[in-house]
Design a protein around this ligand. Structure first.
Ligand SMILES: [Zn+2]
Length: 319
């Protein structure tokens, strides 16, 4: 064996070891991140992964929204895809462990990044990606901003490589689109402005389970579009024949249990902000003093209440 060959093999060995270590590290990363990913069958063929009731960070890995899927006799409809590509992959893994049927639909409930950054992992040539008629514009406008935001909060490189997936099927405001995944009809409804201006809900006719990101359980509802619009959406939901609510954030609840605390908070906000307007007080006064008591015991109240007051204050300014 001459010198040259020996050097060459040592180098090769080093490359192989570093390659193996990389693979090992990558697998450990995947293992660590998929280990805590649980999926619950909350009704027959209806699976939910419950996100943490926190804001996205490096510890929870952006896993803060409820996402899941419904299995029919022919195919599977996915509802939201999570806040990172990794969460999308975790969801796909759980889907494949559950059923070998194809994914036919991905329903994106609205344009917030904790709900759609995993979409890429779940798409295929035939999948129908369904969104509110105003979803695409909201996604395109905010995508770069959300990508940086998610990366800065969660610090996973794959977030930077995420490509935007826009819907190829839209639902018009006030309309209901029914899809059939095989002996199972699902109604997808596009709402007027509430949590955002592009909110979709999902109603599984078989189980009467209703999935809506307009409903927040325990976590402070964050008003991004319209408090009055949101209230009227909740009024409509109260009239529906619903067995159980799957909220965008938080645990399952019966209809009134889910909606009453939100109504209480919204009514309180509106009532108190109106008083500030009547007395000619400024937005700053309202932000500091309006509806400060967290009567409904919301989580993350300090993070969201003040911006809810701002939104309510501007919305009620000209009424
Ligand atoms: Zn949201």
């Amino acid at each position: 064996m001459n010198h040259y060959t020996l050097n060459f093999s040592t180098k090769k060995l080093k490359i192989n070891i570093s390659f193996l270590l990389k693979i090992l590290f990558f697998n450990f990363f995947i293992f660590k991140h998929s280990l805590s990913f649980e999926i619950n069958e909350v009704a027959e063929g209806l699976f939910v992964h419950f996100g943490k009731q926190e804001d996205s960070n490096e510890t929870n890995n952006g896993d803060i929204a409820n996402i899941g899927f419904i299995v029919g006799s022919k195919s599977i409809a996915v509802i939201d895809t999570g806040g990172t590509p990794q969460i999308g992959m975790n969801l796909l893994k759980k889907i494949r462990e559950t059923s070998s049927l194809p994914i036919s639909h991905i329903i994106i409930t609205h344009s917030h990044p904790d709900h759609f950054f995993g979409t890429q992992a779940l798409i295929n040539d035939k999948v129908m990606v369904i969104g509110h008629e105003k979803l695409e514009r909201a996604l395109i406008t905010n995508f770069e901003f959300y990508k940086n935001l998610q990366f800065n909060l969660i610090k996973q490189k794959s977030i930077k490589q995420t490509k935007l997936v826009v819907p190829n099927k839209t639902v018009k405001v006030g309309k209901i689109e029914t899809i059939d995944i095989g002996n199972r009809e699902i109604e997808i409804r596009a709402w007027k402005s509430g949590h955002t201006d592009n909110d979709l809900s999902i109603y599984d006719k078989k189980t009467k389970f209703f999935w809506s990101e307009n409903i927040f359980i325990h976590r402070t509802p964050s008003i991004r579009a319209s408090i009055k619009g949101w209230k009227s959406n909740l009024d409509e939901i109260l009239k529906m024949d619903i067995n159980t609510i799957i909220p965008g954030h938080g645990p399952l609840k019966k209809k009134n249990q889910a909606i009453d605390p939100m109504m209480s908070y919204f009514n309180r906000l509106i009532k108190e902000v109106r008083k500030f307007h009547k007395k000619g007080k400024t937005l700053k006064d309202a932000q500091n003093l309006a509806a400060q008591k967290n009567k409904e015991k919301w989580l993350l109240f300090d993070s969201y209440h003040s911006s809810n007051v701002t939104k309510t204050f501007t919305e009620l300014e000209w009424e």
